[in-house]
Design a protein around this ligand. Structure first.
Ligand code: ADP
Ligand code: MG
Length: 314
């Protein structure tokens, strides 16, 4: 029997790691490593849809806009998001094509520039929580908060970061297009950076808004939309932990939705990092998904086979 689809959600570090400066060559090298993992999953016989974060890239695009603002008008966040989907989609598309061809796997690869419908009355617009861009020292963070009115938060062990509103995704404007491409056997890259947040006016056109939809929530929506069995969330930790970062941290190998909800309520999974992954997992599994796996990029294929990572079941 044919395997059911897997949605692979790549963390920002699958393309640009925090300690790297972000040259095109460096990002392409990471994307090639990522493509090797994705190709292994496709070789196992799973139809694959890839989605990805864009935090580091959109951070760089914003910084570039900021530095050039006396010469060129800075672009709003939705257009920066589109730019990041294009650049990451291009790198993934080219590299996946190459890797699949080298492995003798003949699948067309296509990127769908995706808009994600959000609710303009989403409470997130009143309470920014999504970290974007680089990490700053306390002094830099204070300066940016004063000069630019940015809201900054401290992330345990890593430093300060800007936060923007993170509304929940309601639907994908390109949902039908994505579904048909998957049905036709294509490897689809979609909803990069969680998709470009847009609000729907019942009478008028869609309008982009300043915010970032967490790619983990959009990944869950996407997985439900295409009827995937598995959602594979790849990040920079091998598995999910209880008491993460503390002296008594404990790896979680498996948990049920009920256990995930309990740990979430006990604040083991902070908003803006592990929290959205666990909430996305819960949402996907409650909507009929079979399994969510959270692990690091290099363990992707092994985690699907059950050797590493954290598995979450209904
Ligand atoms: P991504 O780009 O993959 O979405 P995030 O930074 O948003 O990456 O989320 C992954 C991070 O979540 C890890 O690097 C880790 O520092 C953090 N984290 C927070 N709580 C936990 C936890 N309970 N278990 C594992 N990682 C956690
Ligand atoms: Mg994240």
């Amino acid at each position: 029997m044919a395997k059911k689809a897997v949605v692979v959600a790549l963390g920002g570090n699958a393309i640009l790691r925090h300690h790297e400066v972000g040259t095109a060559e460096g990002q392409l090298a990471n994307v090639r490593r990522t493509s090797q993992q994705i190709a292994r999953i496709i070789r196992e016989g799973y139809p694959v849809v890839v989605t990805h974060g864009n935090g580091p890239q959109v951070g760089d695009i914003l910084l570039r806009n900021e530095m050039a603002k006396d010469t060129l008008p800075p672009m709003p966040l939705d257009i920066c998001g589109a730019e990041s989907q294009g650049m990451i989609g291009y790198m993934l598309q080219q590299s996946l094509n190459e890797t699949l061809r080298a492995a003798g796997l003949d699948y067309p690869v296509v990127t769908v520039l995706t808009q994600t419908v959000v609710d303009i009355d989403d409470p997130a617009f009143e309470n920014p929580t999504k970290p974007i861009g680089p990490f700053y020292t306390e002094a830099q963070a204070q300066d940016l908060a004063e000069k630019k009115g940015w809201k900054m938060v401290y992330i345990q062990g890593k430093g300060y970061r800007r936060v923007v509103p993170s509304p929940r995704p309601i639907a994908l404007v390109e949902g039908e297009a994505i579904t048909r491409l998957v049905r036709d056997g294509m490897v689809v890259i979609a909803a990069g950076g969680g998709g470009i947040p847009v609000v729907a006016n019942p009478r008028g056109p869609l309008r982009g808004v300043e915010g970032v939809v967490d790619k983990d929530y959009t990944a869950a929506l996407l997985a439900g939309l295409i009827g995937a069995d598995d959602l594979l969330i790849l990040t920079d930790v091998e598995c999910v932990f209880l008491n993460y970062g503390g002296p008594d941290q404990q790896p979680i190998r498996e948990m049920t939705v009920a256990e995930a909800k309990q740990h979430l309520a006990e604040t083991h999974f902070p908003p803006g990092s592990m929290g959205p992954k666990i909430e996305a997992a819960i949402r996907f599994l409650e909507a009929g998904g079979r399994r969510v796996v959270i692990t690091s990029l290099d363990s992707a294929c092994d985690a699907l086979a059950g050797r590493v990572g954290t598995w979450i079941h209904p």
